[in-house]
Design a protein around this ligand. Structure first.
Ligand code: GTP
Ligand code: MG
Length: 411
């Protein structure tokens, strides 16, 4: 009996041994995978307790700033932003004031009350509308010349054909570079300097970019080189904490260039994908402060050849034409490589994007239409133009009060 059962018992033992070995192997494999994930996350973003300042807990909140629809992060996991509203809706809604100032006003030139207006009167009024939306006189004149040329004689008689010409011309001025990205596998770390005048959104944009890059799985170190104000450092640290990025801070009043140096050095040591350096706001006509920026740039290049790879000038769209003056000064002194246009949501002067693209010959890399992390996105010319020329909707019209649109044009 026992001898008869022997092969079956042996077979059973063999099957059990094989199954046991397989279970053991699978268990080891998943443990190794989770170790690797933890290692990757901690390389990317240290918990508050391990940050350079040794201060431990980050501030609980930064006045008026929302980190998107994301939940509170422990700093170790990758940030998750779940946009509840699509980017195009945010963009269209954010640009509704500019749209009303520009496109709705142009449409109003072709209503029945203006049907007796001469061709030249319509072109003059159109020029005025473009200038009021901060497209800038040079760019506005150029666009009107294109309309004049493309729509000879009676062809300039309806809003549709005018908008088609303007849309095409504006799009050709705004061209965006689809292949561009802030980080690249060939350049580790990519060193990026954030510059601009006071209050334009440099720190917020630095935080949002850190957050986005972390979401994309990149390792990020930010440098708080605005050492003049402790609050500015805390503000950036808060963003870094939420993003799961390391924040380099030195003592208050320290040389901003040393923060940049330390930030780049650590990014090199940890083979980070991105080193983002936030700088203090400075007036473009203050020579000493502009020289300080030049020093930050020089120091940033010490450990990484070609750094900084990008100098992003942050411009506040609500300042309209003044943004052009800032861009000119910063381009000369700080070697700006790209623009970030913030606060498009707060203004009817969004036409400044067209002036910047045409007159500065600098690419717009990102645009911002609000305070949440999802409100900053890479600039895509087609999207911008689509949002600007989107058909009239009661929702967008309601967002702009009459006082925000500068007078309607009467012919
Ligand atoms: N509505 C709106 N507000 C924005 C946008 N971007 C930034 N802000 C707000 O602008 C304010 C100033 O932003 P900061 O990031 O502190 O500006 P900053 O350039 O770092 O300022 P300084 O360091 O003082 O020079 C904050 O309240 C931001 O939330 C945007 O696209 N839309
Ligand atoms: Mg700041």
């Amino acid at each position: 009996m026992t001898t008869e059962l022997f092969p079956q018992i042996l077979g059973f033992i063999l099957v059990a041994a094989v199954l046991g070995a397989a279970a053991f192997w699978l268990g080891r494999r998943s443990a190794r995978k989770s170790d690797a994930n933890i290692a990757e996350h901690s390389a990317a973003g240290k918990t508050p307790d391990t940050r350079s300042d040794g201060h431990g807990q980050a501030q609980e909140s930064v006045a008026g700033q929302k980190v998107g629809s994301e939940a509170e992060s422990t700093g170790n996991e990758l940030p998750q932003a779940i946009p509840s509203v699509s980017w195009f809706s945010r963009l269209s809604s954010g640009m509704s004031k500019t749209q009303n100032q520009l496109i709705r006003q142009i449409e109003s030139l072709f209503t029945s009350q203006n049907e007796k207006a001469s061709r030249e009167a319509i072109l003059d009024a159109m020029l005025e509308i473009l200038v009021r939306a901060d497209v800038g006189i040079r760019t506005a004149e150029m666009l009107i010349e294109r309309v004049r040329h493309e729509l000879p004689g009676a062809e300039l008689s309806d809003a549709g054909s005018v908008k088609t010409v303007l849309r095409k011309e504006i799009l050709s001025l705004l061209k965006s570079d689809a292949g561009w990205s802030l980080t690249s596998p060939e350049q580790k770390p990519a060193v990026v300097l954030m510059v601009g005048v006071n209050g334009v959104g440099k720190t917020t944009t630095t935080g949002k970019l850190a957050f986005k890059e972390r979401q994309a799985g990149k390792t990020v170190i930010v440098g708080a080189a605005d050492t003049f104000r402790a609050a500015a450092v805390d503000q950036l640290e808060q963003w870094a904490h939420r993003a799961g990025a390391e924040c380099v801070r030195l003592s208050e009043g320290a040389d901003p260039a040393s923060v940049a140096f330390e930030c780049v050095k650590r990014a090199v040591g940890q083979q980070s994908d991105l080193c983002l350096v936030d700088t203090a706001g400075r007036l473009h006509n203050r020579q000493d402060l502009m020289q300080e920026l030049a020093k930050i740039k020089r120091v940033a290049s010490k450990d990484v050849q070609g750094a900084p790879h990008e100098v992003l000038l942050v411009l506040d769209a609500t300042t309209g034409q003044n943004a052009l003056q800032q861009a000119k000064a910063f381009r000369e002194i700080a070697g700006v490589t790209g623009l970030v246009l913030t606060k498009l949501d707060g203004t009817a002067k969004g036409g400044v994007a067209i002036a910047l693209a045409n007159e500065m010959k600098l690419p717009i890399r990102y645009i911002g239409v609000g305070e949440s992390v999802d409100d900053l996105q890479p600039f895509v010319a087609e999207e911008f133009v689509d949002a600007l020329f989107a058909p009239h909707s009661s929702q967008t019209a309601d967002k702009t009060s009459r006082s925000e649109v500068t007078g309607s044009i009467t012919l």
